[in-house]
Design a protein around this ligand. Structure first.
Ligand SMILES: Cc1cc2nc3c(=O)[nH]c(=O)nc-3n(C[C@H](O)[C@H](O)[C@H](O)COP(=O)(O)OP(=O)(O)OC[C@H]3O[C@@H](n4cnc5c(N)ncnc54)[C@H](O)[C@@H]3O)c2cc1C
Ligand SMILES: Cc1cc2nc3c(=O)[nH]c(=O)nc-3n(C[C@H](O)[C@H](O)[C@H](O)COP(=O)(O)O)c2cc1C
Length: 649
C-alpha cells in the first residue's frame, strides 16, 4: 500500500529507540499542578490523548531540576516530589501503552525564575540567578551564578534524568532554548562572564555540555536525549543561525535529536509560537540551515499543521522530524489521520492563543476548536445515547455545528438548518481576511465532519416556529447567534457606513480613508486588515484600551501589528455623528473633532438574537441554547457549549 504521506509516516531510529513516524508532540505544560509538583491523573490523560492520536513521542513539560532557584512558573511538576514518582510512572505508562515514546522536558528558568508565574507572590523575594550580574527591563536584579551553583544544577539535571528513566520515560528533552537558563549561558546577550563559562562560544556552551554529560551518565548510552535550542535569537546583539550551528556541532555527539525552535524570552513569544500574522513554518529555515552542519537528526517546530507542508519538509531533507504543539490541541489525532491518509478529517488550529491565555488568566487549558482539551479525563469517549432522538439544530455557526457533530456521534438523528446559503455564522465575515483564513475554514471543516457523522444539513432554511413544529423534533439545539449593534447616532444610516460583519461581502466597497467606529477585537482586526490592503485607518474606541476583549496573548501581538501598519488610534473617544466628511468624535472632555474618512466601518458590538430564541422555545420538549444567542462571546464558548449541550440530551 502506498502511503499518502510516506516521509511523515516513516519511522526513525534515534539512539536505541524508534520514533514510529516523524510527528512529535512538542512540550506543552498542563496547568493542573499541585504545589507539591505531582503529575495528576488529569495531566496524564492530557498527554495520553496525544499518544493515542498517533504522535511518535509525547513530551511532558516543564520539569524544573532545581526548584530552589529554577522555577519559571509559580507551579511546576517535580520528579523529585516526595511520593510523586507514581504519578510520573502512570503518565509515562499511559503514553507508552499507545506506542509513543514518553519524554519529559528538564529545564531551569535561570534569571526569569517566576517571570511567567500566575501567582507571583510564590516567588517574590527569591534570588534570581543568571550567567551575569544584570538588571532586567522590569527591574529584577539578576545575580551571577556562582560556579558551585552551576555544578549543583549540572548534577541536578543528571539526578532528574535518572528519576525520569526510573519512572518509565524512554526519552527526555533538555531545554536550552526560549531564553531559559542554559540558553542564557549560550547567549552573548546575557553571558558576560570572564571565567570558564563565558567569553568564547566554546566556554558559553560549557554549561550545556556538562549538563548533557551529567544526563548521559544517568541514563546510559543510546538513551534518546533531545536537545531543544533556539536556532537564532532574533534580537539585536543576539546569536544568529551560524552561531547556533556551531553550538549544535559542539554538543551533537551527546544527543540523539536536535530540536530547533527560535527566540529569547523577552519579546520572543510570537517567534516561538508563530502567530496568525506569521507564515506557517516560518522557523523551518533555521532547522534546515543547522541540519547542514550536523549529523544528528534535526527536528523543526513552529506553526506547523499542514500535512503537505510537513511532508515536503521531511522529503526535501530540511528536517528529519516535525514537532507540533497547538496543532495537537486542536486535533490530537492529526498524526494518525496523516498516517492513515485522512488529512481531510484534520481540524486545524487557527492560532487564537486561547490555550496560552487561559493558563495565564484562569489557570485552565482550553482550545477554541476542541472542547475536550483540558478535560480529557472526563471525556475519554463521546458516550452513545441510550435512546436515539430527533434533534433539530438551528444555526450553522461553530456552536450549532459542534453540537450537531457531537449529537450525531452519540447516535441521534440530527438535522441542522442554516438560514443563509453558507455555513459559518459570524465567521463568514472572515472570508477576505488573510490572517483569519484558518478561522474562516473552521466551520467549513465542521460542516464536512457533520455530514460525515450523518447530520442532514439544510442550507437556506430559516427555522420558524411553523417549520420547527412541522418537524416535531424531540430536542431543539438553538444556536442562532447574534447580530450587529447599530449605534443611534446621526448619519449612521449613510451610504458611507459599512457594518464590520458585512466587510467580506462582494458588493461592499471601502474607500481609501477609513474610520473604524469601535476598537474592540473585531474593529481592530478589521481595521488592521484594511491597513494591510493599503488603506489609511483610524480606530476610535470609547474605552481607554484597544481590543480590551482580546485575550492576553493575542492582544499585544495584534496591537504591535496595528502599530506596524500605521493605524492611528483614539481611545477614550466617542463617535458622535457620521457626516459626508467622515466621523465626528468627542474626546474625554467632550471636545469634538473630525476624522476625515471616505468610509466609516461600524464595529460597536453584537446583540444576541433573543427574539428568535424565544419564538422557538416551546417548539420541542427539550430546548437548549448555545453560543452567541445567549451572550455574544468567542468561538471557544460556542463550541464548548455546543459539545456539552449535545452530551446533555
Ligand atoms: C467579525 C467577527 C470576528 C470574530 N472573530 C473572532 C475570533 O477571532 N475569535 C473568536 O473566538 N471569536 C470571534 N468572533 C466571535 C465568534 O464568531 C462567535 O462567538 C461565534 O461565531 C458564535 O457562534 P454561534 O454558533 O453561537 O453563532 P453564529 O456564529 O452567529 O451562528 C449563528 C447562525 O445562526 C443562523 N441563524 C439565525 N437565525 C436562524 C434561524 N431562525 N434559522 C436558521 N438559522 C438561523 C445565522 O445565520 C448564523 O449563521 C468574531 C465575531 C465577529 C462578528
Ligand atoms: C499550551 C502550550 C504550552 C507550552 N508549554 C511549553 C513548555 O512547557 N515548554 C516548552 O519548551 N515549550 C512549551 N510550549 C511551546 C511549544 O512546545 C512549541 O514550541 C510552540 O507552541 C510552537 O509550536 P506550535 O506552533 O506547533 O504550537 C507550549 C506551547 C503551548 C501551545
Amino acid at each position: 500500500m502506498d502511503r499518502k504521506y510516506p516521509h511523515l509516516s516513516s519511522p526513525l531510529k534515534i539512539g536505541n529507540a524508534i520514533l514510529r513516524n516523524r510527528m512529535v508532540s512538542a512540550p506543552m505544560s498542563f496547568p493542573d499542578i499541585p504545589r507539591e509538583g505531582y503529575l495528576t491523573a488529569s495531566a496524564a490523560a492530557f498527554y495520553e490523548l496525544r499518544a493515542k492520536g498517533g504522535a511518535a513521542a509525547v513530551t511532558i513539560s516543564e520539569c524544573v531540576v532545581h526548584p530552589q532557584t529554577g522555577k519559571s512558573h509559580s507551579v511546576h511538576i517535580d520528579l523529585n516530589a516526595p511520593g510523586g514518582m507514581r504519578g510520573f510512572a502512570l503518565a509515562a505508562n499511559a503514553i507508552r501503552r499507545h506506542g509513543a515514546l514518553a519524554s519529559i522536558q528538564l529545564s531551569h528558568g535561570g534569571m526569569y525564575g517566576g517571570a511567567d508565574a500566575l501567582d507571583k507572590s510564590v516567588l517574590s523575594g527569591a534570588k534570581r540567578y543568571g550567567p551575569s550580574n544584570m538588571t532586567l527591563p522590569n527591574g529584577t536584579v539578576v545575580t551571577e551564578m556562582p560556579v558551585e551553583l552551576i555544578r549543583e544544577i549540572t548534577r541536578a539535571f543528571g539526578t532528574y534524568a535518572g528519576l525520569a528513566k526510573q519512572a518509565g520515560f524512554n526519552m527526555l528533552m533538555v531545554h536550552a532554548g526560549h531564553g531559559w537558563l542554559l540558553h542564557q549561558f549560550l547567549s552573548p546577550l546575557y553571558n558576560f562572564r570572564t571565567d570558564d563559562y563565558g567569553g568564547s562560544l566554546y566556554n558559553r556552551t560549557r554549561f550545556l555540555s556538562e549538563v548533557l554529560d551529567s544526563v548521559r551518565a544517568a541514563v546510559g548510552p543510546g538513551f534518546p536525549v533531545e536537545l531543544r535550542m533556539s536556532g537564532a535569537e532574533f534580537a539585536p546583539g543576539g546569536y544568529g543561525v551560524e552561531e547556533a550551528a556551531q553550538i549544535a556541532q559542539l554538543v551533537e555527539d551527546k544527543i540523539q535529536l536536535l530540536h530547533v525552535s527560535a527566540g529569547i524570552f523577552e519579546g520572543g513569544f510570537a517567534r516561538q509560537h508563530p502567530s496568525m500574522f506569521h507564515e506557517r513554518g516560518c522557523n523551518v529555515w533555521l532547522a534546515s540551515e543547522i541540519k547542514k552542519a550536523v549529523k544528528v537528526p534535526v527536528a523543526t517546530v513552529g506553526g506547523l499543521n499542514d500535512p503537505e507542508m510537513m511532508e515536503e519538509i521531511i522529503a526535501s531533507g530540511k528536517a528529519d522530524v516535525v514537532e507540533m504543539a497547538r496543532a495537537l490541541l486542536a486535533d490530537p489525532y492529526l498524526p494518525a489521520k496523516v498516517v492513515e491518509g485522512r488529512s481531510e478529517d484534520i481540524v486545524h488550529c487557527f492560532r487564537c492563543f486561547t490555550c496560552h491565555a487561559e493558563r495565564m488568566t484562569t489557570g485552565l487549558r482550553r482550545c477554541s476548536v476542541n472542547p475536550v482539551i483540558g478535560r480529557e479525563e472526563e471525556n475519554r469517549h463521546v458516550p452513545k445515547a441510550p435512546f436515539s432522538k430527533k434533534v433539530l439544530v438551528v444555526g450553522g455557526g461553530p456552536g450549532g455545528l459542534m453540537a450537531a457533530i457531537t449529537a450525531a456521534q452519540r447516535g441521534h438523528k440530527v438535522i441542522l438548518c442554516e438560514k443563509e446559503r453558507e455555513l459559518g455564522g459570524a465567521l463568514r465575515t472572515e472570508r477576505k481576511v488573510p490572517f483569519k483564513k484558518d478561522l474562516y475554514a473552521l466551520p467549513q471543516k465542521y460542516g464536512y465532519l457533520a455530514r460525515k457523522s450523518g447530520v442532514e444539513i439544510r442550507l437556506g432554511t430559516e427555522v420558524t416556529p411553523e417549520l420547527a413544529e412541522a418537524e416535531q423534533p424531540d430536542v431543539i439545539l438553538c444556536a442562532v447567534g447574534a447580530e450587529p449593534i447599530v449605534p443611534p447616532i446621526p448619519g449612521i444610516d449613510g451610504k458611507n457606513v459599512i457594518l464590520a460583519t458585512r466587510l467580506s461581502e462582494d458588493d461592499v466597497e471601502v474607500g481609501q480613508k477609513v474610520a473604524v467606529l469601535g476598537g474592540g477585537l473585531v474593529g481592530c482586526e478589521m481595521g488592521l486588515h484594511l491597513a494591510m490592503e493599503g488603506k489609511t485607518v483610524t480606530v476610535v474606541e470609547m474605552l481607554p484600551r484597544l481590543a480590551a476583549d482580546a485575550n492576553t496573548r493575542h492582544r499585544p501581538i495584534l496591537l504591535e501589528q496595528m502599530k506596524l501598519h500605521g493605524i492611528t488610534e483614539h481611545v477614550s473617544t466617542r463617535g458622535v455623528r457620521v457626516t459626508e466628511e467622515g466621523l465626528v468624535c468627542a474626546d474625554e472632555d467632550g471636545r469634538e473633532f473630525l476624522i476625515p474618512a471616505d468610509t466609516v466601518l461600524c464595529a460597536v458590538g453584537m446583540r444576541p438574537r433573543r427574539e428568535v430564541v424565544e419564538s422557538l422555545r416551546n417548539c420541542a420538549p427539550v430546548f437548549l441554547e448555545i453560543g452567541d444567542c445567549v451572550c455574544p462571546s468567542i468561538v471557544a464558548e460556542a463550541t464548548t457549549r455546543g459539545y456539552y449541550a449535545a452530551l446533555d440530551i
